[in-house]
Design a protein around this ligand. Structure first.
Ligand code: SF4
Ligand SMILES: [Zn+2]
Ligand SMILES: [Zn+2]
Length: 316
């Protein structure tokens, strides 16, 4: 049996290829919580009295984040934690995920809000996808359901966080998500959007709630193992639209690279940190205004959400 490199007492159950550490279950759990604590401190994500809202989809990352933050927040009596789940309207997937979100919030005694695309935008994602398939135009050709879903979900989360009057909105983006997004933006020719791959997204408009990503330096595989070790229950069925995305190919590519060259995801993430000041400067020069239809912050006259709804003849 291999002995844990940390405590040198218990049997190791996890081996980290990028560091060579071999960890027992207890030290593994402690190392993940510590990593999150260090990330939060390094990027100054929270104040001691912050009201924090966690975006909980019901999947392993968001449920794990909720469990870790619930533990950390206990030490800061002036801070508070609540959660929000966005129901996109994806049949056969969201209902189940919602149950896991509800169960975990109940277990941790965290106040939980549910918001939906249908209530906010008058359309479910399933309906939107069907309409896009029927009415493909030059504007919508090549866009995947995830492209629409992402835009609408970001809006839904911001509205929910703003209405709840919280200081921070915590999302469960992990190291894999962040490195995939870096490559995705480069491959889409959207290099400036890499500035959004940021552990803390600065408020650039009073209507935007600051977003933080406490899991951004934790690999997806380690989040899954943490959840398994702590017997956290989550939705494991993937979204039916997920495989249509270019992101899936990038995920496979990065995982293959990581297997051959351990630590490469972290190196990519940290490389972007180095060029971020230049990117942020370029982005800061783009002033946000308010959309002429819905009044939400946007770079142009009309925000992305209204553009999507217009293309589909839902508004305007
Ligand atoms: S996989 Fe795509 S469509 Fe499904 S929930 Fe995620 S972003 Fe939305
Ligand atoms: Zn140990
Ligand atoms: Zn708008």
């Amino acid at each position: 049996m291999v002995i844990c490199t940390f405590c040198k007492r218990r049997d190791a159950v996890y081996m980290r290829p990028y560091s060579g550490e071999k960890l027992c279950a207890k030290c593994f759990i402690g190392s993940i919580e510590n990593k999150v604590r260090v990330t939060i401190a390094e990027y100054e994500m929270f104040q001691h009295d912050d009201k924090i809202m966690v975006a909980v989809s019901g999947g392993k990352d968001s449920v794990t984040l909720l469990h870790i933050l619930a533990k950390l927040v206990e030490k800061f009596p002036k801070s508070s934690l609540c959660a929000v789940t966005v129901d996109e309207g994806i049949k056969g997937y969201r209902e189940e995920a919602l149950k896991f979100a509800v169960k975990n919030c109940r277990k941790l005694n965290v106040e939980h809000t549910i918001t939906s695309f249908k209530d906010l935008f008058g359309v479910k994602l399933d309906e939107l996808v069907k309409t896009i398939q029927k009415t493909r135009t030059d504007d919508t050709r090549g866009l995947t359901p995830c492209a629409y879903c992402g835009v609408l979900r970001r809006r839904a989360l911001n509205v929910a966080a703003r209405e709840a009057g919280v200081d921070k909105l915590a999302t469960a983006h992990n190291l894999d998500d962040e490195t995939q997004t870096i490559l995705l933006n480069l491959l889409h020719g959207d290099a400036l959007r890499i500035a959004r791959v940021n552990p803390v997204l600065a408020e650039s408009h009073p209507k935007l709630v600051q977003r933080v990503k406490p899991l951004c330096e934790v690999p997806e595989k380690e989040i899954a193992f943490y959840a398994y070790q702590r017997r956290i229950k989550f939705q494991s069925v993937p979204c039916p639209y997920a495989s249509t995305a270019l992101r899936s190919d990038i995920r496979l590519f990065l995982n293959r690279m990581e297997e051959k060259h351990a630590g490469i995801k972290f190196t990519l993430f940290k490389s972007v940190e180095k060029i971020k000041p230049a990117l942020e400067q370029a982005v800061a020069e783009t002033k946000l205004r308010e959309c002429k239809f819905c009044g939400e912050p946007t770079v142009g006259d009309v925000c992305k959400v209204c553009q999507i709804l217009q293309t589909l003849n839902i508004i305007g």
